[in-house]
Ligand binder design. Sequence first.
Ligand SMILES: C[S@@+](CC[C@H](N)C(=O)[O-])C[C@H]1O[C@@H](n2cnc3c(N)ncnc32)[C@H](O)[C@@H]1O
Length: 303
Amino acid sequence: MEQPLNYIYQKIETLSPMHSKKLKKNIAFFDERYYEQANSFFARYINILHHDHKTLDYSIDCYLRMIADVNSETVEFLRTGKYTSSTFAEVNQRVYARPETMEYYMHGLIMSQFLWKHHYQMLQYFTDTLPQYIKATKSYLEVGVGHGLYLSKALEILNDNTTLTAVDISETSITLAKNFIKDSRINYNLKDIFEFNNRKKYDFITLGEVLEHVEDPLKLLQKLKTLLSDEGILFFTTPTNAPAIDHIYLFNTVGEIQDIIKAAGFEIETERSLLSEEVSPERAAKLKIAILYGAFLKKSKAS
Ligand SMILES: C[S@@+](CC[C@H](N)C(=O)[O-])C[C@H]1O[C@@H](n2cnc3c(N)ncnc32)[C@H](O)[C@@H]1O
């Protein structure tokens, strides 16, 4: 097969010329490292799909279904200024408890990690920064593991004797992550994080794009604080103004996210705000264009 990325771009151009135009705007930004990493990821992903009797065409279709969902949620968001769901019960019924929806959503989302510039940049931020915490990380927890890509990167980076735990509320996510990673060292838990009670404290916790999925994000950060060791690190990401079928908590600005970090008793070690489109931050705020925020946090000494 030709390089997977070429194939994906060509296929999307045929199936959705409008979306293809949007994706191509990213191409000017991508460097050699991107092409190497993206092609090697997709080669591995195609193998995993084959084991599950699926093809890359199946995943491209999942990705375009996810884009169609995002587009219709965006129309409503721009009209009302709100996300279409506001309670956990609604999104649980609409998404997490529906294997068919969850399946195309997670395949779509894993594709976006290498097709959307801001998703790719966030993954790089994570993989470039995690190595500085290797020595101190004896136990690692990921909450809302989803497709499993971040966990697979952590597994590659961390020491062999680090214990790894994953929690997700969706059975489909746990199954996909297990298929993607295939490593017996990981302890998977099918649970709502608010019901995950463990006496163990973790040295490093990752929470990728989950905060906007809960009714009370402050409560979630406080919960994770109880699971984190005193010198531990929490890496989390969450977007502003990003309508999706399972988003319920709307952050309007990065400032609102930083406020709850402080209120939960954390300090920011480093942070990134990544624009989802090529516009200035002022224009993004005016037009309500999504910004993906990510940060490495430690417990505040004052709290
Ligand atoms: C948008 S996906 C994020 C996947 C991945 N972490 C990433 O950054 O791309 C959100 C994941 O969080 C899970 N999730 C949502 N609410 C949860 C909760 N209360 N407890 C545990 N997992 C939850 C969903 O099932 C889904 O797999």
